[in-house]
Design a protein around this ligand. Structure first.
Ligand code: SAM
Length: 237
């Protein structure tokens, strides 16, 4: 069974037998990991900042940036973000038990009180974040679904999803995409540009861009000398 189809607010461990996937069992048992999933996500929409401040006393509710990485894999990029934005909070969502747990374990190992993992299908993000709640969204190398047996319709970053992400950003917030797939990059650019024809998203350099945040997949593609397509937008008033 895939987590893709499950309601993000349901107990995702329930449908999976224990003793089969060690990360499912870790998730079911380890309540002290910085990992939010299932029913615990229910009241987070619009309340992430309060939740974070309860666990991270230095977090300034009104002003500290709240960043989200979609498809955070094993948490490597999220950890770099959390290190370079210590005054903010970094959330990463991924859809497998292993990756969500590994991300949370990285936060613990690295003693980063500003890093959390979320388990679930990112397609359901509009149920987790209210309009303007986020200061930045990072999506590096989303699954391209470009083989024949796959269908492009499985791509997460559809026009409607990009628009929903845009709504979750506050003014001044950023959306940063990297992919090895030129076609998918073009689709995302077109989607972002098409928001009602309003010039509300324009590419701008990210203040921390000198910090490269090379993800696991970027490292692989660079080693193969493959091209990488990247866009960065800031939401203007
Ligand atoms: C190709 S990997 C890229 C991982 C990482 N961002 C990087 O650049 O190294 C895509 C990641 O997105 C996750 N993913 C794919 N579809 C997802 C979805 N709908 N919701 C949450 N995570 C998803 C996968 O589990 C995987 O970790």
């Amino acid at each position: 069974m895939s987590l893709r189809k499950l309601d993000i607010f349901s107990d995702l461990t329930a449908g999976f037998e224990s003793g089969v996937n060690p990360y499912r069992d870790l998730l079911a048992a380890a309540h002290d990991l910085p990992l939010v999933s299932g029913p615990a996500l229910r009241e987070k929409r619009g309340a992430w900042r309060r939740f974070i401040a309860q666990h991270h006393p230095d977090f300034q509710i009104e002003t500290a940036p709240l960043l989200l990485e979609i498809g955070c894999h094993n948490g490597g990029t999220l950890r770099e973000l959390a290190r370079t934005v210590p005054h903010g909070a970094c959330l990463g969502i991924d859809m497998t038990f292993k990756r969500a747990v590994k991300t949370a374990q990285k936060a613990v190992e690295s003693q980063l009180p500003n890093m959390w993992s979320i388990l679930g299908n990112a397609a359901q993000l509009p149920q987790l974040f209210s309009p303007g709640e986020l200061d930045g969204i990072v999506a590096f190398f989303p699954d391209p679904w470009n083989q024949k047996r796959h269908q492009k319709k499985n791509r997460l970053f559809s026009a409607s999803f990009c628009q929903a992400l845009y709504q979750m950003l506050r003014e001044g917030g950023f959306f940063w995409v990297k992919t090895d797939d030129e076609d998918y990059h073009g689709e995302i650019v077109a989607a972002v540009q098409a928001f009602g024809g309003k010039p509300s998203l324009v590419p701008m350099p990210f203040v921390e861009k000198k910090q490269q945040y090379i993800s696991t997949f970027e490292r692989k593609f660079r080693a193969q000398k493959l091209p990488i397509y990247e866009s960065f937008w800031v939401k203007l008033p």
